[in-house]
Ligand binder design. Structure first.
Ligand SMILES: Nc1ncnc2c1ncn2[C@@H]1O[C@H](COP(=O)(O)OP(=O)(O)OP(=O)(O)O)[C@@H](O)[C@H]1O
Ligand SMILES: [Mg+2]
Length: 371
């Protein structure tokens, strides 16, 4: 087992100017499950492929343990990769699929058999070892792909969206299986996904990338509670955090009819470039529905209520606010978590207040966290 270190690792694809991954610095502990997450094209696969040795590193270096592997052949890095398209060999049995890499490496037959059987036991595949992939369900095929990686007993597992071919229910089931399997095996794992829920539920730590640049690294809790900038704030959490840019007057942000008091160090962090404005974020569950006229409250007109059984989310517009000044994720509306047993009608106006200490404040100019 081993640590993994990206040290200013940079990849510029031939014929492009902007690095796909720009000076990535990331240290992954021995046995850690690190999730690389971000929107499409942000450089997740490129980072993973640099670590695997499938992509040249144009600047900086990559270490596995203390060993600089920047120029080491992929086969000599002692890693195993699970891809989104895990393409099993259709004409081979499950056992042969799982043992194929060992066979190529010239491992004795008896040892291959033993390692395959061990992996099959861990993955609940024992009774399928003689079957062909076409006679398996999607989830079982995915486990065979995992098995192929496990039998190699590598120092590091690399996984690139391994669940995206599964249906929603199986994805949820399999993600818990992979997370608990990784903990049991204790093999350092770098896992790529664009799905923030997978990141939050699976990772010991999460690294968020955007446009080839690392935005923040932290535990799921840290990422959720103290996002370092507006991008991470909007990306982590579902439904997304409400974010809007508001005028600051008399030490408070003017959100609709409400004044959100700001701490002195937040105000002190403002610069000329902010133009007297700040970006304020609050999660759907950070709003309380309160009686009209409550100090610090503002009005929201109900456009739609999404009922999920255990929860309900109200999508609405800020009354007395400028249209479009407040939005959550892809929605141009304000989202409020409400009591699912007490749901307002469309058009109804509710009064909400941000719970004490639950507003996130960012620079309007840079998007960096000030609170
Ligand atoms: N072979 C290549 N040549 C030129 N540009 C590339 C090449 N491969 C990827 N890119 C570019 O590099 C950037 C990062 O790509 P990458 O595949 O790492 O993204 P990703 O985060 O894995 O995205 P996705 O979630 O869609 O898989 C993208 O802008 C992509 O267009
Ligand atoms: Mg990718």
């Amino acid at each position: 087992m081993a640590t993994v270190t990206f040290d200013h690792a940079t990849r510029v694809y031939p014929g492009t100017e902007r690095p796909a991954v720009d000076q990535l610095n990331l240290h992954i502990e021995d046995g850690e499950f690190l999730v690389l997450v971000g929107p499409s094209g942000c450089g997740k696969s490129t980072s993973l492929r640099m670590l695997a040795g499938l992509e040249d590193v144009n600047g900086g270096r990559i270490l596995i343990g203390d060993r600089d592997v920047t120029d080491v052949q992929p086969k000599d890095r002692d890693i195993a990769m699970v891809f989104q398209n895990y393409a099993l060999y259709p004409h081979m049995s499950v056992a042969d699929n799982m043992g194929f890499a060992l066979k190529i490496a010239g491992t004795p037959k008896a040892e291959i058999r033993q390692r395959v059987e061990e992996a099959a036991k861990i993955l609940d595949l024992t009774e399928y070892l003689d079957r062909k992939p076409k006679a398996l369900s999607g989830g079982q095929r995915q486990r065979v792909a995992m098995g192929r990686a496990i039998v190699r007993q590598p120092q590091v597992f690399l996984m690139d969206e391994p669940l995206s071919n599964l249906d929603a229910k199986l994805r949820v089931q399999t993600r818990t299986q992979i997370a608990s399997l990784q903990r049991r095996l204790g093999v350092t794992t770098v896992y790529v996904t664009h799905d923030q829920t997978e990141a939050l539920t699976m990772g010991d730590r999460i690294a968020v990338l955007k446009g080839g640049l690392l935005q923040q690294v932290g535990t799921p809790r840290e990422m959720y509670d103290t996002p370092a900038n507006v991008f991470v704030a909007g990306f982590i959490g579902s439904p997304a955090m409400n974010l809007g840019t508001f005028e600051v007057k008399d030490g408070a942000a003017q959100v609709g009819s409400a004044q959100i008091p700001l701490e002195r160090n937040v105000i002190a962090g403002m610069t000329e470039a902010d133009g007297g404005k700040l970006t304020v974020g609050f999660r759907p569950e950070s709003l309380d529905v309160v009686p009209a006229g409550t100090p610090g409250s503002f009005q929201v007109e109900t456009n739609l209520v999404e009922e999920l059984g255990s929860d309900a989310f109200l999508y609405g517009s800020l009354k007395g606010g400028v249209v479009g000044e407040l939005s959550a994720g892809d929605s141009d509306q304000l989202i409020v978590r409400i009591d699912p047993r007490n749901v307002p009608m469309k058009g109804e106006v509710i009064n909400v207040a941000i719970k004490a200490g639950q507003a996130h404040v960012f620079s309007a100019a840079t998007g960096n966290r000030l609170s």
